[in-house]
Design a protein around this ligand. Structure first.
Ligand SMILES: C[S@@+](CC[C@H](N)C(=O)[O-])C[C@H]1O[C@@H](n2cnc3c(N)ncnc32)[C@H](O)[C@@H]1O
Length: 214
C-alpha cells in the first residue's frame, strides 16, 4: 500500500458517518496525512490539530487548485462520504491528477448500508444519483429493475422521486433511509403522497423496491 508520504493523493472513503464504518485503512490514511480535504462535516469528524484543513465548498476547481498547490509536499488525504466510487469528489480529483497519482481507499457506501439494513442483495440493483442534478431517466428506463436506490440531494430530487414513485404506483414500495449509521437513523416505508411532504435529512437514501420488506 502506498504510504501517505509517497506523494500519492489518498482518496479516502469515510463511510456513511459512524466511525464504526470507517475502515482501518481509511483511519491509517487520515492519521498519516498532513492535509485533509473534505466537506466541513467530514473535517469536523476527522481532522485533528495536526492537520491542515481544506474545506470543500461549491467551487470544485478552487479545491483542486488548493490540492495542486500543496501536492509537492505530499501527505494529502481527500475525504469523501461513503465510497469514493459513488457520486463523489474522487471523479474530479482522478480526472485532474491522473490515476497514477492517486490511491483510492474504498469505504462503506450509504447505498450498501441501506441494502444491508433490509437484508437485501443489491447485485442487480440500479443506483441513481439525483444529488448534483436530476437524472434524465423516465420510469420506463427503470422499470426492469426490481431494486432501485436513489441518492437525493438536488433541490428538485424530492419532486422527481415522488413523480417516479407515483408513475410506478402499487408496483413499488418506497423506503426512505435517513441518517444511516448515525444516532438519528430512521428507515420507513411511505406512500408517494407521504414522501412529497417529508422533510428529508440531507443524508437520505431512497429505495424503490418491487417487494415489500418493511
Ligand atoms: C455526494 S453523495 C455521496 C455518496 C457516497 N459516496 C456514498 O457512497 O454513500 C451524498 C449522498 O449520499 C447519501 N448519504 C450519505 N451519507 C448518508 C447516510 N449516513 N445516510 C443516508 N444517506 C447518506 C445521501 O443521499 C447524500 O445525498
Amino acid at each position: 500500500m502506498a504510504a501517505t508520504g509517497s506523494g500519492k493523493l489518498m482518496i479516502v472513503g469515510c463511510g456513511p458517518g459512524s466511525p464504526d464504518y470507517l475502515t482501518e485503512a481509511g483511519r491509517r490514511a487520515i492519521r498519516g496525512a498532513r492535509v485533509l480535504v473534505g466537506s466541513p462535516r467530514l473535517l469536523a469528524s476527522h481532522a485533528t490539530l495536526a492537520h491542515e484543513q481544506v474545506p470543500v465548498g461549491a467551487d470544485i476547481d478552487a479545491v483542486l487548485d488548493a490540492v495542486a498547490a500543496r501536492r509537492e509536499q505530499g501527505g494529502i488525504a481527500i475525504l469523501v462520504t461513503g465510497d469514493p466510487g459513488l457520486a463523489s469528489l474522487a471523479g474530479p480529483v482522478l480526472r485532474r491528477f491522473g490515476r497514477d497519482s492517486c490511491e483510492v481507499i474504498p469505504g462503506v457506501s450509504s447505498v450498501q448500508l441501506a441494502f444491508a439494513r433490509l437484508g437485501l442483495d443489491w447485485s442487480e440493483a440500479r443506483i441513481v444519483s439525483a444529488h448534483k442534478g436530476i437524472p434524465e431517466l423516465a420510469p420506463a428506463d427503470l422499470a426492469a429493475f426490481g431494486r432501485i436506490a436513489i441518492l437525493p440531494g438536488h433541490p428538485r430530487s424530492r419532486q422527481w422521486i415522488g413523480d417516479l414513485a407515483e408513475a410506478f404506483g402499487k408496483e413499488r414500495f418506497l423506503v426512505v433511509c435517513e441518517e444511516l449509521s448515525l444516532p438519528g437513523e430512521r428507515i420507513r416505508t411511505v406512500s408517494a403522497a407521504e414522501f412529497r411532504s417529508l422533510e428529508l435529512s440531507s443524508r437520505t437514501v431512497v429505495l424503490l423496491l418491487k417487494e415489500k420488506i418493511l
